[in-house]
Write a protein that binds this ligand. Structure first.
Ligand SMILES: [Zn+2]
Length: 329
């Protein structure tokens, strides 16, 4: 078995990236974009192992020394970093030119790349424009549009996708073998809305309560936005004391919720990513026009952008109501 197969789903990425690395024609910078829990870190880790692999056949072999080090997160040439400020980028740039690599490439994996402020992104851009030889960057993000166009144009963008529930169910059952009933596992899988990462988290009870609360809030928020009355305003305000990151996570999940409703309105057999069954999204879809639903969808995307650019959280939440009303009527 190819080790790349330990990444579930995402067949395009596995095939194309795996081949590019094998033929040594990979890019010096990749942006890996996808919702939380869709395997961004796994893609970056497997690709890093494949790049440094000294084995034969399909890469990464998983057996050679560099592979084992990378896959155990124990390789000095592969670094996971979270960068927000320009000073951190300057520090990183210095390191790029130090020639202390153990293997052929130095690989930097920047997690939550959307958290880099504009100054930091501009500073990083210089390294992307004129990369030192044998350096590869992976920028992981839930939202590539939060990155400067100049950065996006210098990197290849890969998108990790949500998975259908049967894939997540059978993966967890076979690979993890949790000591819970099939019914409970299916409930967890459905609640995780296509995210393998969430589903794995939910095998832990504390995390599962957090995810359930997030799901409950996402559904309530969508209903509040669709109703758009005075109760909606109070509900929005009650959420505004959450941190920016948790609001972004909530709004991203809301995009999935409204996405289900819109797709079902167009096609009764569309695959669902949030709802366990079609009854509720069909009912919601019947109550509102497609124009209205699309206006809500757009307003949520706008709000997510605004949160990236440091707008006030309460104001951003309110703008979802005003924008969706303006466009949806
Ligand atoms: Zn190897």
């Amino acid at each position: 078995m190819n080790i790349f197969d330990s990444l579930i789903g995402n067949d395009d990425i596995k095939k194309n990236l795996g081949l590019a690395i094998k033929e040594k024609r990979f890019s010096h910078a990749y942006i890996i974009e996808g919702s939380a829990g869709t395997g961004k870190r796994t893609v970056a880790r497997l690709a890093s192992a494949a790049i440094l692999c000294s084995g034969e056949g399909s890469l990464p072999c998983g057996k050679c020394q560099p592979c084992r080090k990378v896959l155990n997160d124990n390789c000095a040439d592969v670094r996971f970093l979270e960068i927000t400020k320009v000073e951190q980028v300057r520090e990183l740039r210095q390191k790029l030119y130090e020639s202390s690599a153990e293997y052929d490439y130095k690989i930097y994996i920047i997690t939550n790349a959307e958290k880099m402020n504009i100054k930091a992104q501009n500073a990083l851009l210089i390294s992307l424009e004129e990369p030192p030889p044998n350096v590869v960057f992976f920028l992981l993000t839930t939202d590539a549009s939060a990155l400067l166009e100049t950065i996006r144009s210098r990197a290849q963008i890969l998108r990790t996708k949500l998975l259908d529930k049967d894939t997540v169910f059978s993966y967890i059952k076979e690979a993890i073998r949790p000591s819970i009933s099939d019914e409970t596992l299916m409930e967890i899988v459905i609640s995780s809305a296509g995210s393998l990462g969430y589903a794995l988290d939910m095998l832990d009870e504390k995390k599962s309560n957090e995810v359930l609360l997030l799901r409950k809030n996402a559904l309530e928020l969508i209903k509040a936005i669709l109703k758009n009355n005075s109760d909606s305003v109070s509900f929005m305000l009650s959420l505004s004391n959450q941190t920016r990151d948790s609001l972004k996570e909530l709004i991203s999940l809301c995009v999935t919720v409204i996405g289900d409703i819109i797709l079902l309105k167009k096609d009764k057999n569309a695959p669902l990513y949030f709802f366990p069954s079609p009854a509720e999204p069909i009912e919601l879809g019947n109550k509102y026009s497609l124009v209205k639903l699309l206006a809500v969808y757009d307003s949520l995307l706008e709000a997510r952008d605004d949160l990236n650019s440091n707008s006030a959280t309460a104001l951003t939440l309110m703008s979802i109501l005003t924008n969706s009303k303006k466009k949806g009527n």
